[in-house]
Design a binder for this molecule. Structure first.
Ligand code: CMP
Length: 509
């Protein structure tokens, strides 16, 4: 027996060191397990040393008992070394992972097998050992009822596979979190607030839990609701269309395209007392970890769309009574709006030759039109109704070549600037898509207003035709691949053509 230890003690030492190296290299998260292995190995060495010393001292009976203990610790060390290398280092590398409970069960089973065989080798009868451990287990089961409930809950959750690590779940109290680990006694959830929630397994099993973003075991986006309220005098069909067009018209990060978002009118003048219609945007969230920021993007899109369509969000009912709109308030607000519009017009060199009075008149025809990032402001080929004054933000001018679905970038405009003048001044369809690159605050100037300006100051048409020709040639160059020489030649031709189109369109001589 002693000879056997001469090689077994160093061999096991080598195996422990090797396991430590493998774990450090491939599975640093499993370092905790190393401690158990080292403790078992140290106990093993102590028992071996004790057995040798006692047998040399003639204490054969005690030496025999320590020998059995040494044998037990030796086997336990081997089981742990194998389990750690297999379950923590090798199998995860081939994408095979076992839950903590399952590996513990396998290791526990291995303990029983090697333990029984070690005791048998030491001369003990297996039936005695089984009877003793059954009595001990019975006593423990009685005293640890609650803990056992949790443990059995954990085993049940693992076995029936209803909850997996990585799932998002909602508890009965409304708390939500992502399952990080299913342990023996409890399940660990990580909430979006970076908190960790410990739920006893028995409780998890006894209550109704929602598994979010999953159906039939398949991951699906989670349906989200964003509510808004609009004065009930605005027709629901119009509100629904305005918001739906804006939400579906351009992608929003983490909002699924399929199923598409929808807008519904939930209620009108609820209980006969609210002075608003209640609406909801229902969208499908693709990343459950980012729910509130995504709803916030959706709300920004709703707000901008309603603002463009001049549909105000409902005011809190109380303010209708406590702070009624009087004519002074309305006057004040109108003046403030006109000042903002005037500031936008003044920032445009396009209108430099207009007198302050003419600009003041124009403000009656401008309307604030904000856009959120990603929204299409004008579409290539559409009829032009407005000239856009870009007060702040960036927009991209993009052109589509011969029916292709992809568009090509022509230019990026930053506020203050203007666009949409080509269609408005020549009556031709829009030349390009203009897409908001960032959130963009625009003012729309309608065609009759522009017509008044051009009729009063025909020289503006001449001034602007040069600028228009430059933009148009740049766009045609990208679309048709013109070189510098060809662009120069085209410039003069386009300018003359544009001037003619403007004069024809507005009936100038
Ligand atoms: P319109 O054709 O009405 O609609 C698309 C708008 O994109 C167009 O008017 C111009 O205002 C703008 N646009 C087209 N080409 C360019 C360019 N090369 N640089 C800047 N803006 C452009």
């Amino acid at each position: 027996m002693e000879k056997y230890w001469y090689w077994m003690v160093p061999a096991l030492f080598g195996a422990v060191v090797l396991t430590a190296l493998v774990v450090n290299r491939f599975a640093p998260a499993a370092r905790r397990r190393l401690r158990r292995i080292v403790v078992l190995y140290v106990l093993y060495v102590v028992c071996v040393a004790g057995a040798v010393t006692l047998s040399e001292g003639g204490e054969a009976a005690w030496a025999g008992r320590l020998q059995i203990a040494a044998h037990l610790f030796e086997q336990f060390t081997i089981v742990n070394v194998l389990a750690t290398v297999l379950f923590d280092a090798l199998l995860p590398r081939s994408k095979l992972t076992f839950s903590a409970i399952l590996t513990d069960l396998i290791v526990g089973g291995a303990y029983i097998v090697v333990g029984l065989s070690a005791l048998r080798q030491g001369g003990m009868r297996a039936s005695d050992v089984v009877t003793t451990s059954a009595v001990v287990s019975g006593v423990l089961a009685l005293s640890l009822q609650a803990t056992l409930g949790n443990i059995l809950g954990g085993v049940a959750i693992q076995l029936d596979g209803s909850v997996h690590v990585g799932d998002w779940i909602q508890l009965e109290n409304g708390k939500q979190g992502r399952v990080r680990d299913i342990r023996w006694r409890h399940t660990v959830l990580e909430t979006r607030d970076w908190a960790t929630l410990i739920v006893p397994n028995a409780q998890l099993l006894a209550s109704n839990i929602l598994i979010l973003g999953k159906r039939g075991g398949e991951a699906v986006p989670q349906r989200m609701w964003v509510y808004f309220q609009v004065d009930f005098r605005y027709p629901p069909s119009r509100v629904v269309k305005v918001v739906a067009d804006a939400i579906v018209g351009a992608p929003i990060e983490r909002v699924a395209k399929d199923p598409p978002p929808s807008v519904i009118c939930m209620d009108l003048a609820r209980d006969g007392k609210d002075s608003f219609g209640l609406y909801a945007v229902r969208y499908w969230l693709t990343d459950l970890a980012v729910d509130d920021p995504t709803s916030s993007l959706v709300r920004a899109r709703i707000h901008a769309a309603l603002r463009r369509a001049n549909i105000p969000l409902a005011r809190p009912t109380q303010s209708l009574f406590i702070n009624p709109d009087n004519s002074d308030d309305q006057e004040l607000r109108a003046t403030r709006h006109r000042e903002q519009e005037l500031r936008a017009l003044n920032s445009m060199s396009l209108f430099d030759s207009l007198t302050p009075e003419e600009k003041e008149t124009l403000t009656h025809h401008t309307r604030f039109a904000p856009f959120t990032a990603g929204e299409v402001i004008t579409r290539q080929g559409a009829v032009a109704h407005w000239l856009y004054i870009l007060e702040s933000g960036d927009v991209e001018v993009r052109t589509r070549i011969d029916g292709a679905t992809e568009t090509k970038l022509v230019a990026t405009l930053s506020g203050p600037n203007f666009f949409g003048e080509m269609g408005l001044m020549t009556g031709e369809p829009r030349f390009a898509d203009v897409v908001a690159k960032t959130d963009a605050d625009c003012y729309r100037l309608d065609k009759p207003a522009f017509q008044t300006v051009i009729l009063k100051r025909p020289e503006i048409a001449k001034e602007i035709s040069g600028r228009l020709a430059e933009r148009r040639v740049e766009l045609i160059a990208i679309r048709d691949g013109l070189d510098a020489e060809a662009q120069k030649a085209r410039q003069q031709k386009e300018q003359a053509h544009i001037l003619q189109s403007i004069q024809d369109f507005f009936g100038l001589k």
